[in-house]
Design a protein around this ligand. Structure first.
Ligand code: ADP
Ligand code: MG
Length: 276
């Protein structure tokens, strides 16, 4: 039987991610905080996986370990057989955070070009301007970040990530700092760019509907220390319009989160309530 062909060539090279017994604790003794319970997980190459979980549960900790920005207490991360540091060294991995973290004194063009320079890649002004246009910022090439809206800064941040042709894109609440309407537009436009390139992507988000709209798979994490409590495939074609299939998945992810919601704070005694 012939091997199944991947839908495009880049997908063949997009690496999968394997976390084995991965855990992270901070501090020692009574002050010790377990941020990540041992996590065993394989994320398929060329797919977008979203992690959702309550605030403070350990999502960013997990992403930083995959990015090689932090070291695990136990366990390993392998990205297509390489360590995260090896991936970083050859600039095959790009990270974007909630605040776009663009250099304020550089233009949009300058920020994006810098990503290639830092990765020791040859300058490619045509590619940079192409990317700027692709993310919808044509005409803003020479503007500085302070002259852009939050949504435009996130567009620039995604362009900067893509400028080095990464195989792996790690996104920590990339659309968390923009208003709802802008977020909905970015949700429709930007993921399509990395998905068309067959990049493996891991995205952290607070928003259940964002996760289900964008990702091929949604992994639900428990309150701290984070462990996987649900793993839900999203077998819907893009672009994903509102409808019963999407709603059912939003419901399923929401139910998994609710089942493992952090305990509510203890009720105040009646006397305190009267006094306040
Ligand atoms: P999330 O991204 O899910 O909101 P984080 O992964 O940022 O959560 O943090 C998980 C827990 O680990 C939090 O209690 C946080 O205070 C703690 N933590 C994260 N990084 C550090 C650190 N460098 N030193 C000490 N504690 C940390
Ligand atoms: Mg976080």
């Amino acid at each position: 039987m012939p091997a199944e062909r991947a839908p495009d060539a880049a997908r063949d090279t997009a690496p999968g991610i394997t976390c084995a017994g991965l855990s992270r604790s901070f501090g020692t003794g009574a002050a010790r905080i377990d941020a990540l319970a041992p996590v065993d997980l394989h994320l398929e190459g060329g797919k977008t996986t979203a992690f959702v979980g309550p605030s403070g549960c350990g999502k960013s900790t997990l992403l930083r370990l995959i990015a090689g920005l932090d070291r695990p207490s136990e366990g390993t991360v392998r990205i297509g057989g390489e360590t995260p540091l090896e991936m970083r060294r050859r600039a095959a991995l790009a990270v974007a955070f909630q605040d776009a973290a663009l250099l304020p004194w550089r233009s949009v063009r300058g920020n994006i070009a810098l990503a290639r320079k830092l990765a020791r890649m040859r300058p490619d002004p045509a590619k940079v301007d192409d990317l700027i246009a692709t993310v919808g910022l044509a005409g803003f090439e020479d503007r500085r970040p302070a002259d852009l809206s939050g949504g435009m800064r996130q567009r620039a941040a995604i362009a900067r990530c893509l400028a080095t042709d990464p195989q792996l894109l790690l996104l920590d609440e990339p659309f968390g700092a923009v208003d709802e309407l802008t977020r909905a537009r970015l949700n429709q436009e930007l993921p399509a760019l990395w998905q068309a390139r067959g990049v493996t992507a891991v995205m952290i988000t607070h928003s259940i509907s964002e996760a289900v709209r964008i990702a091929d798979r949604v992994v639900v994490l428990s309150p701290r220390p984070a462990r996987v409590v649900a793993d839900i495939a999203v077998p819907l074609a893009h672009p994903r319009e509102k409808g019963p299939a999407l709603e059912a998945l939003i419901e399923e992810v929401g139910a998994a989160l609710a089942r493992h919601a952090p305990a509510p704070p203890p009720a105040r005694p009646p006397a305190a309530r009267i006094a306040s």
